[in-house]
Design a protein around this ligand. Sequence first.
Ligand code: HEM
Length: 237
Amino acid sequence: MFGILDKNTELTYRILLIICEIFGIISIILVSLFYAQGLYSNYYYDWNANPFSYHPVMMTTGLVFCFGNAILLYRTLKSTRKLIVKILHAGFLIISLTFALVGLVAIIRYKMSRSSIHFISFHSWLGLTTLILFFFQWIFGFVTFLFPKLSLKIRSAYMPTHRLWGRIIFVLAVVTVIAGLSEHGYGSSFFTTNDVEQKRRLIINFFGVFTALFGILVIYLVSTSDYQRPPDENVDK
Ligand code: HEM
């Protein structure tokens, strides 16, 4: 695809990774601005008065940014020992899950404080599905590849499934974020024309775009065989 750079795949990977990280960091900065005090008149972060304020930022940091980076680790750290990368991969995913659980508690607290009905929207169903799949993917991966670590035959047989489902769950997380944005738009004064909302709408729409771009680049980098980690001599036997 990137013909000019094709001759040096490692360089191409590095350049695309930097672009991908820039998209991801812009996405995190933008989502942090949703409730930035002083930027708009009525918005601020408050765990007690408005726990919802933490929901978008926690979910995006955990299930998009950290998850995306966890997926790319094997390709990013090609010359690092496989066992170290495996531990880092599992660790990044624990960090993702921790952020996501804080985001989940935030939205549940918010809905309880307003006595609203839980799990009624498509976004919430998709979000719950993503979280459940993420949890099981982590457990299966941990047991198969790290501890107690199953036989080489089972590990090799399960690997393509693990890779496929990792990508599926990541895409689901990005789609959930986009669906959450629409949900948020319809549930707030987002679609009104006053100045405060115009500024906020710009931030929210750009956030959606950069999150999607980050997601697309992660999927591209993880699906291109040229960037794959070469098989180790002693493939963690
Ligand atoms: C992968 C990321 C995300 C996941 C897994 C997720 C998950 C959830 C879940 C499970 C609920 C339902 C809680 C309940 O009913 O008690 C919910 C609600 C909500 N989320 Fe998210 N969310 C994510 C990202 C976002 C983002 C980025 C926004 C953008 C502002 C957002 C906006 C909302 C809104 C407005 C609600 C309340 C309305 C509803 O129940 O759908 N979410 N989310």
